[in-house]
Design a protein around this ligand. Structure first.
Ligand SMILES: Nc1ncnc2c1ncn2[C@@H]1O[C@H](COP(=O)(O)OP(=O)(O)OP(=O)(O)O)[C@@H](O)[C@H]1O
Length: 344
């Protein structure tokens, strides 16, 4: 069984010349859970992931997997699978790409068939990647990350470009990977894209942490209302009034000024009124996210101010000015020979 390891980012700062891509960033990603790493374009997500994978040297701070930097992992390909900058030669097939990589990485051949099946691209595995849709390429990138059967998965925008069926599939798949104990970190610039598959969120904006915690805590903060309906609306209205709950009629029932649906349900149950619909109003979640990332100082409405960084460790080396300073030793990245011809 692959071993999930915690990911820990502490006091991470990365500057590219005058540009501060990430500043004083600290967060932890736990095994056995899917964590959404969220922020608008340019927020610093990719830079953080590149530091985590040893592809970029931090200006200050640390990023570790299982307590050590990526470069110090004993068996990195079995520990971590990452889909960063995955590009494929359009003239080669998916199976070929995987074969080349598996051979170079010393991964047994039967694993190729397994990952093709896991990602649902076995039927197109012998077709040239140039004819693949973006969604099929996303699945191939995921197949690369799974080759070493790693306990830690770091996926950069894996949902981008998937069709609705693909989105449904990947949401369930990410959850399955985490339920086996893996650490699953998924970046996205849209909360709505990942909200059905993540347990935890790390939200950044302009290089700084604005929020970290469970998705449900964010939902609670962003949805101060519940929605309830009953076959007997008059009785439901009377029960809500009797319980001292304020409410207004909505499209699908009553919108109640109570963030905990259980309290609303209890009010109706106490009055012997049947419930046909009861849930937290979710519409505020994306708004709350946008408010959070619209501010960089952590004081946005509905959010918990970001904690002060827990550690700031100056790095020995100079800040890197480009992102190509270290060789990519990442499970998902095909060897150089198969990346020459980028897809158009
Ligand atoms: N190699 C680099 N040289 C100079 N600036 C860089 C470099 N890499 C990133 N940046 C800058 O750092 C900031 C953060 O970029 P980053 O790509 O990490 O954000 P992101 O959240 O991943 O956004 P996106 O979703 O658009 O990729 C941006 O202002 C970007 O222009």
């Amino acid at each position: 069984m692959p071993k999930g390891l915690p990911i820990e980012v502490r006091g991470l700062t990365k500057r590219f010349g005058d540009v501060t891509a990430v500043e004083q960033l600290s967060f932890t990603v736990q095994p056995g859970r899917v964590t959404g790493f969220l922020g608008p374009n340019g927020a610093g997500k990719t830079t953080t992931l590149r530091v985590l994978l040893g592809l970029v040297r931090p200006t200050a701070g640390t990023a570790t997997i299982g307590g050590v930097p990526y470069a110090k992992l004993e068996r990195p390909l079995e520990a971590v699978g990452a889909s960063l900058d995955a590009t494929f030669h359009p003239g080669r097939t998916a199976r070929d790409h995987l074969k080349v990589y598996a051979t170079a990485a010393g991964i047994a051949k039967p694993r190729i068939g397994e990952v093709l099946e896991l990602t649902g691209i076995q039927s197109v595995a012998d077709r040239r990647v140039g004819g693949y849709s973006l969604g099929m390429r996303q699945r191939l990138a995921l197949a690369f990350t799974l080759l070493g059967d790693p306990g830690v998965l770091i996926l950069d925008e894996p949902i981008n470009g998937l069709d609705p069926e693909g989105i449904r599939w990947i949401r369930g798949f990410l959850q399955l990977l985490a339920r086996d104990g893996r650490t699953v970190l998924v970046s996205s610039h849209l909360l709505s894209e990942v909200q059905q598959s993540v347990d935890d969120v790390v939200i950044i904006s302009k290089g700084r942490l604005v929020r970290t915690g469970t998705l449900s805590s964010l939902e609670l903060d962003s949805a101060p209302q519940s929605i309830v309906d009953s076959p007997d609306r008059d009785a439901a209205a009377a029960a809500l009034t009797a319980a001292g709950l304020r409410f207004a009629p909505g499209r699908n029932g009553f919108i109640v000024d109570e963030r905990d649906p259980a309290k609303v349900g209890a009010a109706l149950a106490a009055a012997g009124v049947g419930v046909s619909l009861l849930h937290r109003l979710r519409s505020g979640l994306e708004d709350s996210f946008l408010q959070l990332v619209g501010e960089s100082d952590g004081s946005a409405n509905g959010g918990t101010p970001a904690p002060a960084s827990e550690a700031t460790v100056a790095h020995d080396g100079p800040a890197a000015e480009t992102s190509a300073e270290a060789p990519p030793a990442v499970a998902s990245e095909p060897p150089a020979e198969s990346t020459e011809g980028k897809d158009a």
